[in-house]
Write a protein that binds this ligand. Structure first.
Ligand code: PLP
Length: 406
């Protein structure tokens, strides 16, 4: 079992007060707080071990390079990827998915070729495919969720046609928490020669992930949700897809030789990592992933599942609260509106007065908001350091909102 008090002690920000109340941080879906080990790693890197990576032949550059490059292996281990060279380091999921859109999809999509998306996708896994639609005549095909927010993998498989080149799908919705059975989708897609990109931005934070077992072609993660620094992340690209891909950005580091007339690229994955990277951010991400693996992904998932069950039961007791996404197969992410209450922004402002941090808005999920028939929701999203007492603080705050608006 996860020792949640010990976990909380690792996160210095959790001791602070907001508006005179203890902080109850339930905005983890947007970004997670950082444990002391990550903060220390950043300080140490800048205080004692900083230089640019790869190019130097001096002690500090070698040290920084060694630390930076070792993170590739940490990410591979975290994701269950056997070969480190299938991990491309980047600034986060947005960059990762754009790299696939520009580097892999654009050269192979012709007018009428299709991308299948679920209606739950984050804009980071929508807008790059709109580029393909606008510029190359790609067709975006949408698969809806049911009334509980569940996604039937068979509906995704049934949407495949001979024109389908890619399925781009989240493994966990950042709005509803819905988990998606991407393995079943990957099995069927592979049999039909269709590539699958999995947006793991949320799933990889909350449950153990084994990318080699999933059998996807691309798997994107973003460091700041994984208790690491913002501006860090990675994307798994399967070896054969990497060979098919052209570089997205050109510059230093991704080349072996440049002359006036020609360029010889570096070997993958560095071929896809142009320019000075987020050196310290990536080192911090490595420490964050070691921290998570130290806690145990199974233990984190079990703890968050119990928070999910407790929160679901308490929220269900509020008959003036409309919860979006009631499927039991979900992470501890809850989106809701209050009957008769003001805009979700008002609710989040009132909750903040009680020290409770939630997010309000469209959560970068326009098509899902349209599907749900709302313009915005409030979202409470939990992490390894949250407690059932904090669920109670959320409920108390919501009851106050209800009383104020009644
Ligand atoms: N995909 C999902 C499901 C997300 O929740 C997010 C972040 O909110 C992203 C993609 C984009 O991640 P980033 O902004 O870190 O690139």
């Amino acid at each position: 079992m996860l020792d949640v008090n010990a976990v909380r002690a690792d996160f210095p920000i959790l001791t602070r007060q907001i508006n005179g109340q203890p902080l109850v941080y339930l905005d983890n879906g947007a970004s997670a707080q950082k444990p002391q080990v990550v903060i220390d790693a950043i300080t140490t890197a800048y205080s004692h071990e900083y230089a640019n990576v790869h190019r130097g032949l001096h002690t500090l550059s070698n040290l920084a390079t060694e630390k930076y490059e070792s993170v590739r292996g940490t990410i591979a281990r975290f994701l269950g990827v056997a070969d480190d060279n299938q991990i491309v380091l980047n600034s986060g999921t947005t960059e990762g998915i754009n790299m696939i859109a520009y580097g892999w999809a654009m050269p192979r999509f012709e007018t009428g070729d299709e991308v299948i998306l679920s209606v739950m996708e984050h804009h980071a896994n929508i807008v790059p495919w709109h580029f393909l639609r606008e510029r190359q005549g790609a067709v975006l095909k949408w698969v809806d969720v049911d009334a509980t927010g569940a996604l039937d993998p068979q509906a995704v498989i049934d949407a495949i046609t001979p024109r389908t080149k890619l399925i781009a799908i989240t493994q966990m919705s950042n709005v509803l928490g819905t988990k998606v059975d991407v393995k079943t989708i990957c099995d069927a897609a592979r049999a039909r020669g269709v590539a699958v990109l999995v947006d793991g931005s949320q799933a990889a934070v909350h449950m153990p992930v084994d990318v080699d077992d999933l059998g996807c072609d691309f798997y994107a993660i973003t460091g700041h949700k994984l208790y690491g620094p913002s501006g860090s992340g990675a994307i798994f690209v399967r070896q054969d897809r990497m060979a098919e891909m052209r570089p997205f950005m050109g510059g230093g580091d991704m080349i072996r030789e440049v002359t006036r007339d020609a360029v010889i690229y570096n070997d993958p994955p560095m071929k896809f990592e142009a320019g000075t990277p987020g050196i310290v951010q990536t080192i911090g991400l490595g420490v964050a992933l070691e921290y998570m693996m130290g806690l145990g992904m199974g233990k984190i998932a079990a703890h968050e599942d119990s928070l999910r069950d407790y929160a679901a039961q308490r929220l269900a007791g509020l008959n003036w609260l409309h919860l979006q996404g009631t499927t039991p197969d979900k992470g501890a992410i809850f989106s809701f509106t209050l009957d008769g209450a003001g805009h979700p922004h008002d609710i989040s402002t009132i909750l903040d007065k009680k020290g409770v941090a939630v997010r309000a808005g469209h959560h970068c999920a326009g098509p899902l908001m349209e599907h749900l028939g709302v313009t915005a929701t409030c979202r409470a999203s939990f992490a390894a350091y949250n407690t059932t007492d904090e669920v109670d603080a959320l409920i108390d705050g919501l009851e106050l909102c209800h009383d104020l608006f009644a």
